[in-house]
Design a protein around this ligand. Structure first.
Ligand code: CA
Length: 301
């Protein structure tokens, strides 16, 4: 169940010792079926299926009840998820769990506790790729994340607002099926430096990121609904709105920066992509916080 992908050499510095610690931890969790190679410990990232050590570890931490049967990963797994209950995420393909180990379902929400950003280990920018919990979808698709953004450790529905420039986000990432390659697009909610309570859009192609946002105080609660439409030509159209906690008939989607386009070129996506949730920070002054989301929806499911 435990597979490994080798990061490109220009990414190697991003995770060295952290990767070795993670492998040790995984071994200690007694994954009987795991097959570990011992080459080039500097290269991780680990790719875990839903029944792997990460889920078990989160389950142990979040809920003393052992996890039940899980959906198989991949295109047969249901993408829509209301994160019901408390326990591990179910049916996700997870990259780099060691940089953000405490992710799961808590009280019917996605919750990612970001308490350690040593060496910007959680970052998604240029060649740096933090944790992604995703499922496989095929173009065209229409994916929405509800009430997603940042909160405090004690109240996920209360956004932190530390003084000064901070970078703290949670949102949706679309990634090529080569999870080791830094080719992705994302839309995240939180604080972007001195631009607080905003929505950031980012395209990353071959480890080069282009970034902008929709301006300060456009997401005053630190949370928003994010909608990413994958078009038949494999481009993306992005929408957002203040959190709609009511029926979908109350939706009032706004195109991202008026066009729906993320900045710069978009990765050359294949017929399928991974889509899911990320939570990350930049700099030590931006922690701790939690990433939170009420649910995700794939239209048509
Ligand atoms: Ca929920």
């Amino acid at each position: 169940m435990l597979g490994r992908l080798h990061r490109r050499s220009d990414n190697g510095r991003y995770r060295s010792s952290a990767g070795r610690v993670s492998i040790s931890a995984l071994v200690l969790t007694a994954l009987a079926s795991a097959t570990l190679s011992t080459d080039s410990a500097a290269a991780i990232p680990t790719i875990l299926g839903p029944a792997d050590a990460q889920d078990l570890r989160v389950a142990e931490r979040l809920d003393p009840t052992p996890p039940g049967p899980v959906d198989p990963p991949g295109p047969t797994a249901q993408v829509s998820d209301d994160f019901a209950g408390t326990g591990p995420l179910v049916g996700y393909t997870t990259t780099n769990p060691e940089v953000l180990p405490n992710v799961g379902r808590v009280n019917d929400r996605y919750r990612a506790e970001l308490t350690d950003n040593t060496r910007n280990r959680t970052l998604h920018f240029n060649a740096a790729q933090g944790r992604l919990d995703a499922k496989l979808v095929s173009f065209p698709f229409d994916y929405t994340a509800r009430n997603i953004g940042i909160g405090t450790l004690t109240n996920s529905q209360n956004a932190p607002d530390p003084a000064g420039s901070t970078f703290m986000f949670s949102g949706v990432q679309v990634h090529t099926t080569d999870l080791a390659a830094a080719d992705s697009a994302h839309v995240v909610v939180g604080h972007r430096g001195n631009t607080k309570f905003t929505i950031e859009g980012k395209n990353t192609v071959n480890g080069n990121s282009r970034v902008n946002d929709v301006g300060a105080n456009t997401a005053p609660t630190g949370r928003a609904d994010i909608r990413i439409v994958g078009n038949a030509d494999r481009t993306l159209t992005v929408y957002w709105q203040p959190p709609n906690l009511g029926p979908a008939s109350n939706d009032d989607w706004q195109l991202y920066r008026g066009s729906g386009n993320l900045p710069g070129p978009t990765a050359a996506f294949g017929p399928s992509v991974y889509i899911g949730l990320i939570t990350y920070a930049y700099g030590s002054g931006s922690v701790p916080f939690v990433g939170t989301a009420d649910r995700v929806e794939l239209a048509g499911e």
